[in-house]
Write a protein that binds this ligand. Sequence first.
Ligand code: HEC
Ligand code: HEC
Length: 226
Amino acid sequence: MKLLASLLMAASLAATSLSASAADEKPAAAPAGHGAVAAAPAAPAEAKPDLVQGEAKFTAVCAACHGADGNSGVPANPKLAQQHPEYVVKQLQDFKSGKRPSPIMQPMASQLSDADMKNIAAWVTSKKGKAGFAKDKDLVAMGERIYRGGIADRQVAACAGCHSPNGAGLPSQFPRLSGQHADYTAAQLTAFRDGVRKNGPIMVQVAARLNDREIRAVSDYIAGLR
Ligand code: HEC
Ligand code: HEC
């Protein structure tokens, strides 16, 4: 709702400045052919993300936990490199608003403006995600079955259907999963299942039908996906 409200707000602000600049434009008797170019209003909401600012902020505040290039080496801290920018921005907004609870990330996200979030997201998506590997030989086959085929008799949809067969996800809709730390993935699936993380209603439904062993299996498989 907050996002919708701010979008509406941005839209009405843009409309206001548009009509203001249209009014400014009138007296200027531009030579034929130049009018249309001169009248094009600057749209601040569409500003290009600033990679230099994104890197500077990330390096100063985030790199300590998420790794210098967004490939965290700590299993509890997610890798962010190559993640889709829209997903990163959504998560930061959800941390900031408390919609996705995290005692660690809420104070971090609260210090970020919308522009900071966009800049950081654009920078991390430009970094190459570091591949990982599955560790649990006994569980990885089960993990692969769940990832590729779901669990038919419990109506668990195949993860691959949304997150793509190689875990790359689908830009702007479904996050990239491949190579993510198994501990982090398992923690998120458990949080969705137990109603702690509610910011992805689809995932709440998917995870509700997974037991601990299945969560460990599919998380381990995802760590080795590439
Ligand atoms: C003290 C360590 C720490 C710092 C500093 C930190 N993070 Fe995090 N971050 C975490 C942890 C832990 C999580 C997992 C939170 C959870 O339990 O859901 C996380 C999660 C995230 C996620 C969600 C990723 C996903 O795949 O859903 C994003 C995005 C993120 N952090 C961005 C940032 C940014 C941007 C900064 C700097 C402004 C930052 N983090 C600073 C520890 C940290
Ligand atoms: C119908 C589409 C769909 C299916 C099927 C699906 N997911 Fe997701 N998944 C999503 C969406 C959408 C999100 C982003 C939620 C949000 O906005 O926070 C997500 C998020 C996630 C996350 C959080 C990523 C992060 O970085 O924190 C994990 C982990 C995940 N999915 C694992 C799975 C697994 C494992 C399966 C199969 C058992 C699965 N998903 C099936 C749509 C789907």
